[in-house]
Design a protein around this ligand. Structure first.
Ligand code: PEP
Ligand code: MN
Length: 450
């Protein structure tokens, strides 16, 4: 007996009928179908009411009453699903958030690039490792980074491992967010893993001491600090909705609407934002808050067309536009985009991704970014919004809680020669904990002046 297609069946069919870039060449289509069936039978990773909550928070960010901090790995790996690594990422996000909240007196919406960031778009289908051309690594949900032909073959069963890795990660994230770990009385403890010599360590300690004094004052006044917003945080999860077989299998109908319950927010990347493509179709049909990345070649017309597709009702918080032009272009490219989209009545969250437009190869062959370029792009972003009288709504950064050496500069003055020490990313170079904190202090100053 064949039953009537459900709303999520129809969504899957609609996406399957459209061109989709950046999909793996799965060797066995039947196996992809079997995996999709298995995923569809599994419980969702998040629930719809949480997505609605995030949408409300993002509406506040669109209006300037909150600020979005979105950050995490470029590519999560299955191997990095450990208590230590997840905790370190949560810690650095909490530290950055408290710096922003304290420095600028604005609520911070905390959104990890976490628990789902297992698939990557690639500029080239092949990459050369040690002189050998191999199929590109496309994220742990697709193939293995190991430089072997066989390891690089896309394996659909990896999507099930991605689901499990996301579930394990979310379990920890939720525990850290609400189980006492994230309480403001622990503001010092999040700094404990920090390299003691870091200038950022001391700056943070000074701020934490001020917060302690404020908390002691409130406690003395009879405020119960363990309860309510001071004792726990809201921490949401996001990733790029790239792998259509995975994402569409996690679309569920709730209260008459479709949600992609693989994460709270999903975004469409710079390489897959074609108006007539499957990724935009998927994002247009789900009720989650969604985002789209806009690179330096985006025209104001492109941006408006995306806003009309993804935010047809002009709902604040529904759509975030994550602009990543590079430090050199932001002051030219961003203004006409913002003007066009705002004039049409869309209250989007304007987000600055100061990472992806500033990537280059160091003299010694590492894909890297300069901390100064990152800061410069955020500075330009704030300047543009100040000039236009519009709202700089958030930042989107690639970071890790670990003490890696992947991006140049910062208070430790990482140079080319330091890159080989701890270059651990599975894809793009990330800010380390110290650079992330330094960026947060600088953004807090910009926020105060916005
Ligand atoms: C990313 O966020 O890792 C990414 C690939 O970004 P973009 O789509 O902006 O290139
Ligand atoms: Mn990246």
């Amino acid at each position: 007996m064949t039953s009537k297609p459900s709303a999520s069946d129809k969504l899957r069919a609609a996406c399957a009928a459209l061109p989709a870039r950046q999909q793996p060449e799965w060797p066995d289509a039947a196996e992809v179908e079997r995996v999709s069936d298995e995923l569809r039978a599994l419980p969702p990773l998040v629930v719809a009411t949480e997505c609605d909550q995030l949408r409300d928070r993002l509406a506040a960010a669109a209006g300037g009453e909150a600020f979005l901090l979105q950050g995490g790995d470029c590519a999560e790996t299955f191997a990095s699903v450990t208590a230590e690594q997840v905790r370190a990422k949560v810690e650095v996000l909490l530290q950055m958030a408290v710096v922003l909240t304290y420095g600028a007196s604005v609520p911070v919406v905390k959104l990890g690039r976490i628990a789902g960031q297992y698939a990557k778009p690639r500029s080239n289908g092949t990459e050369t490792v040690g002189g050998v051309a191999l199929p590109s690594y496309r994220g742990d949900a697709v193939n293995s980074a190991e430089p072997e032909e066989a390891a690089r073959r896309p394996d659909p069963r990896r999507m099930l491992r991605a689901y499990n890795a996301a579930a394990q990660t979310l379990n920890l994230v939720r525990a850290y967010a609400t189980g006492g770990f994230a309480g403001l009385h622990r503001v010092h403890a999040w700094n404990a893993d920090f390299v003691g010599s870091s200038p950022m360590f001391q700056r943070y300690e000074d701020m934490a001491a001020d917060i302690d004094r404020a908390l002691a004052f409130m406690r003395a006044c009879g405020v119960d600090l363990e309860a309510g917003p001071v004792g726990s945080v809201e921490l949401f999860a996001s990733h790029e909705a790239l792998l259509l077989a995975y994402e569409t299998a996690l679309v569920r109908e709730e209260r008459g609407r479709l949600y992609d319950l693989s994460g709270h927010l999903v975004w469409v990347g710079e390489r897959t934002r074609q108006l007539d493509g499957a990724h935009v179709e998927l994002a247009s049909r789900i009720a989650n808050p969604v985002a789209v990345k806009l690179g330096p070649t985006t025209t104001p017309e492109d941006a408006l067309a995306l806003a009309e597709r993804l935010d047809p009702d002009g709902d604040p918080g529904r759509l975030s536009m994550v602009v990543r032009t590079g430090a050199a272009r932001v002051r030219d490219v961003l203004p006409p985009i913002v003007e066009k989209v705002e004039a049409a009545g869309h209250r989007v969250v304007w987000v600055c991704d100061p990472m992806h437009g500033n990537t280059f190869e160091s003299a010694n062959g590492f894909k890297t970014r300069r901390f100064d370029d990152v800061v410069e792009e955020v500075t330009g972003f704030f300047e543009v919004h100040r000039t236009l009288g519009t709202v700089p709504g958030g930042v989107h950064v690639e970071l890790t809680g670990d003490d890696v050496t992947e991006c140049l500069g910062g208070s430790h003055a990482i140079g080319d020669e330091h890159l080989p020490f701890r270059y651990e990313t599975a894809c793009d170079p990330r800010l380390n904990a110290s650079q992330s904190l330094e960026l947060a202090f600088l953004v807090a100053e910009m926020l105060q002046r916005r």
